[in-house]
Design a protein around this ligand. Structure first.
Ligand code: ADP
Length: 324
């Protein structure tokens, strides 16, 4: 390997810039030529590629989003698109590619490796929904953003003795909702991974809380369950109709994807970026960088994609004890 490309793909996440910086600087440190690919796999197909220097990644470690920008690319899922991307990569002399993104981006990278590209995946998603890794870049920042919002909502909910329903990101995974639900003292935590009964798990809990003297109620839900029971606004109306308690819904939305990354996201992104390039230097490729038991490891890309991740059942159990 002489020339390494780097791109960000799928949903953006705070800390992606720290990862780009680490990949570029480590590459330059070891004498590689480094290429930045813009807008995910689209940039590979369009040739939106340019050389990166150590100075190109100055002053970005503290910034959210991704300086390379990101996108979803339909064309890359086709054989024709992959072939084109491979031709363009060859034209730029790129012989390895670091992909910072989620599971979908890994699938793209795995397929691309079949065309001869040496790939390396870094976990970048706020949802922490990558099975091979305990931790993903952006997760900590997103949780802190949600925590801040929940604390503010709690202040006003208490003042008015209201019930508040907060909808957070997580289409398939409720890691953010579960952790912030515990950290913010939510009465009810609704996750895609957990079955629940509207009357028993929500209405009864609120009424029991009122009977025991609670002054406010927080319900946090991951967006994935809104298909089952409606989003925060619909749920708020249903709760108000049944309990008579004034209830307000808030959908937090894209605020969760932005912001300056936390120390944890910056350090993890930096360390994983260094590891990705050091492996390429040692002739290791088609791996996914992951965190297991607080250690940074690498896993075969096919193996990583076949893994499954569950919500922390013990934490879920404890959240029920703490919310009485
Ligand atoms: P994430 O990486 O955050 O999971 P997506 O699932 O949107 O985000 O995937 C990002 C991009 O990866 C897609 O737009 C597409 O270009 C590529 N991709 C996703 N799934 C596949 C697949 N099965 N085969 C090839 N490429 C894929």
């Amino acid at each position: 390997v002489k020339t390494i490309g780097v791109l960000t793909s799928g949903g953006d996440a705070p800390g992606m810039n720290a990862a780009i910086r680490a990949v570029v600087r480590t590459g330059i440190y070891y004498g590689f030529k480094m290429l930045g690919v813009r807008k995910g796999y689209n940039g590979l197909i369009a040739g939106d590629i340019s050389e990166m220097t150590a100075r190109n990644v100055s002053d970005i470690i503290h910034r959210g989003g991704t300086i390379l920008q990101t996108a979803r690319c339909k064309a890359f899922s086709t054989e024709e698109g992959m072939q084109k991307a491979m031709s363009i990569s060859r034209a730029f002399g790129m012989d390895a590619l670091v992909v910072i993104g989620g599971d979908g981006s890994y699938r793209g990278a795995r397929d691309f490796s079949k065309f001869g590209m040496k790939v390396m995946g870094l976990p970048g998603t706020i949802d922490n929904d990558i099975a091979s890794s305990d931790y993903t870049i952006g997760y900590d920042t997103a949780m802190n953003t949600v925590q801040d919002a929940l604390d503010k909502i709690r202040d006003t909910a208490y003042s008015h003795e209201r019930c508040s329903v907060l909808e957070v990101m997580g289409r398939k995974a409720g890691h953010i909702a579960l952790n912030v639900g515990i950290a913010g003292g939510a009465e009810v935590i609704l996750l895609p991974e957990k079955e629940f009964d509207f009357d028993k798990d929500i209405i009864r809990k609120i009424i029991q809380g009122r009977n025991s003297g609670k002054k406010n109620y927080i319900i946090i839900l991951a967006e994935g369950i809104s298909e089952k029971i409606g989003g925060a606004l619909e749920l708020a109306k249903k709760i108000e109709d049944l309990t008579g308690i004034e209830t307000r819904g808030t959908v937090l939305g894209y605020i969760q994807r932005g912001g300056s990354p936390t120390i944890q996201d910056r350090v993890m992104a930096s360390a994983m970026g260094v590891k990705a390039v050091e492996l390429l230097k040692d002739g290791v490729f088609n791996r996914i960088i992951s965190v297991k038991d607080s250690k940074i490891i690498d896993i075969d890309i096919d193996e990583a994609l076949s893994m499954k991740k569950d919500i922390d059942q013990d934490l879920l159990r404890m959240s029920n004890i703490l919310s009485i």
